[in-house]
Design a protein around this ligand. Sequence first.
Ligand code: ATP
Length: 135
Amino acid sequence: MKYWQVLVLKDRGPFSVIRLFSAFKYAVQGIQYAAKSEKNFQIHLFAASIVIILSFFLKLDKVEWIFIIISIFGVMALELVNSAMERAVDLATDKIHPLAKQAKDLAAAGVLVYTLMAVLIGILILGPKIIQLFY
Ligand SMILES: Nc1ncnc2c1ncn2[C@@H]1O[C@H](COP(=O)(O)OP(=O)(O)OP(=O)(O)O)[C@@H](O)[C@H]1O
C-alpha cells in the first residue's frame, strides 16, 4: 500500500476524506430509503418534478429560480427529518403514548407549515405566468 493510501485510511479528523465520504454515502442511503418507501416523499418528488418542468417552460429568472429551489429542497429536507422522527419514535415505544403522538404530530406540522409556504411561493411565481399563457 502506498504512503498516501495509508494516510487517507488512518485519517479520521473532521476533514478526513473517509469520514466525509462515509457521511455522504449514508446520507444518500437515507434518500434512497425515503424514495423507495416513504409515500409522502414520493409525492414531493413527483410535485417537484412537475414544478421544475413548468419552471423551465415558463423561463423563470434567476431570483425566481432561487425561491423555487429553496422551496423544493426545504420541503424535501423537512420530510426526511419527519421520517427520521417517525422511526425514532417507533423505535422508542410500540405503545400508544401522548408524547409519541405529539412528537409525530409536531414533526408533521413542521412539514405542513413549510409546504404551505412553498405552495404560496409557487402560486405567486408560476401563477401569473400560467395565466399569461391563456390571455
Ligand atoms: N405511539 C403512538 N402513540 C400515540 N399516537 C401515535 C403513535 N404513533 C402514531 N401515532 C399517531 O398516529 C399518527 C400516524 O402515525 P404513523 O406512524 O402511521 O405516521 P404517519 O403520519 O402515518 O406517517 P407515514 O404515513 O409516513 O408512515 C401520528 O401522526 C400520531 O398522531
